[in-house]
Design a protein around this ligand. Structure first.
Ligand SMILES: Cc1ncc(COP(=O)(O)O)c(C=O)c1O
Length: 407
């Protein structure tokens, strides 16, 4: 089976893990946690080295946490999101971008995507802000901006709108470790940023995440809340409610090993995207999603394609009769599901794009500012194998198989 994005180990992970066992650091703190944070901060500073100092990027700090979801939660908590607040979120995303706002008792306001990046549509964002102020008399408390599939959102436009209305931005760069916009690392534009190290991400700690904080004080505050908000006195005393969100020293050991291959992983994902783009050139009905201009430098976590609804799938000369499983709020087009199943039968994993949250029963009750783009992307989109285990020959096989059945 050729999988979408399997964990790929450097070999160094075990050294860091063994060291943790040998020194009995088998707890959610320790040298690997500090070392992993230092590695991530060094990578962040190196990548942002040529970005203007006026943005205080050199003050940013990283906190290692048990998941990307925990990082979104702590970031929103520190921004001050509370019960009754409204939080502006992207509808086309994984539910973990939005759930933490709901955990805090806030109401997500779902915003549609624009077709260049598949991320938050700046015009709809501005419309939503003005509309929410008019309806509720209050400004939304935060914007959760996602860089889906590693494609940077239109950060320049979004940050201008956020600044105009003085609304803090929480960047969900869970899928975008290594992606840059104008040379600046995604996750470092907003007040807070998030990376995920889940098993299918650019690097993994088996499960884990990181919160990028604006400075050392907010890092200390995030660690305080990630470790049950215990007061710093010799017995147990709480003035605040915290969480058990710190990354374990064992998982952080995996992370330290993974940092030695991060750049290789990014280069591999980008190379595969180039190969797919090249091989699909001139194939009618298939569009590979690519950066629409050079300011956007995605990590291409997953290469995604759009399949025109007019395309028919013929297998062994016969039109496929597979129908997409119907669900409330809609499903991918039949030709997308036909291609997915055909690839699966040939040992290749692929998957539909994220389903827009406003189309799902759990989220359809929330206000949404929608113009049809995310629904159309969901219906037509397919994610292709894109990780370090996918070889050039694998990509050639995948494209050949797809071309063979398209009519
Ligand atoms: C866009 C997005 N946000 C948040 C998350 C949550 O990260 P985690 O799985 O580490 O909690 C993920 C991935 O899982 C994601 O893809």
């Amino acid at each position: 089976m050729i999988y979408m994005n399997l964990a790929h180990l450097s070999g160094r992970e075990k050294d860091f893990i063994n060291e943790a066992f040998d020194t009995n650091w088998v707890v959610p703190l320790g040298p690997n946690v500090n070392g992993f944070e230092a590695d991530l901060e060094a990578y962040m500073n190196e990548t942002n080295a040529n970005v203007t100092e006026s943005q205080n990027l050199n003050k940013k700090r990283v906190v290692a946490l048990s998941s990307g979801t925990a990082a979104v939660h702590l970031g929103l908590l520190d921004i001050g999101v509370q019960a009754g607040d409204e939080v502006l979120c992207q509808s086309l995303t994984f539910c973990a971008s939005v759930n933490p706002a709901i955990y805090l008792g806030a109401k997500p306001i779902l915003i549609d995507s624009e077709p260049d990046t598949y991320n938050m549509n700046p015009a709809l964002l501005e419309k939503a802000i003005l509309d929410r102020i008019r309806i509720t008399g209050r400004k939304p408390k935060a914007i959760v901006l996602v860089h889906l599939y590693g494609m940077p959102a239109k950060v320049d436009e979004i940050m201008v709108i956020a600044a105009r209305h003085k609304i803090p931005v929480m960047e969900d760069a869970a899928e975008a470790l290594g992606s840059t916009f104008d040379g600046q690392l995604c996750g470092t534009f907003g007040q807070y940023g998030v990376w995920s190290f889940n098993g299918n991400k650019m690097i993994t700690t088996s499960g884990g995440g990181a919160l990028i904080c604006p400075n050392i004080e907010s890092k200390k505050n995030a660690i305080f809340y990630a470790t049950q908000a215990k007061e710093p006195i010799p017995y147990y005393q709480n003035k605040n409610i915290g969480f058990n969100y710190r990354l374990s020293n064992i998982c952080a050991g995996i992370g330290r090993g993974q940092m030695t291959v991060l750049k290789e992983h990014i280069a591999h994902h980008r190379m595969l995207h180039d190969i797919y783009t090249h091989l699909f050139e001139g194939v009618e009905g298939i569009t590979v999603h690519s950066a629409h201009n050079k300011r956007f430098n995605p990590n291409y976590w997953l290469t995604t394609i759009l399949i025109d609804p007019s395309v028919k799938i013929f297998i062994n000369g016969k039109e496929s009769l597979v129908r997409s499983i119907k669900s409330e709020g809609g499903q991918p087009n039949d030709n997308v599901e036909q291609l997915r199943i055909y690839l699966e039968q040939n040992g290749i994993e692929s998957r539909a794009l994220w389903k827009p949250l406003h189309c799902m029963p759990a989220y359809s009750k929330y206000p949404a500012y929608i113009d049809g783009v995310s629904e159309s992307l969901f219906k037509r989109g397919l994610c292709l194998p894109s990780g370090p285990h996918v070889s050039i020959d694998d990509a050639k096989t995948i494209v050949r198989l797809i071309k063979e059945v398209l009519r």
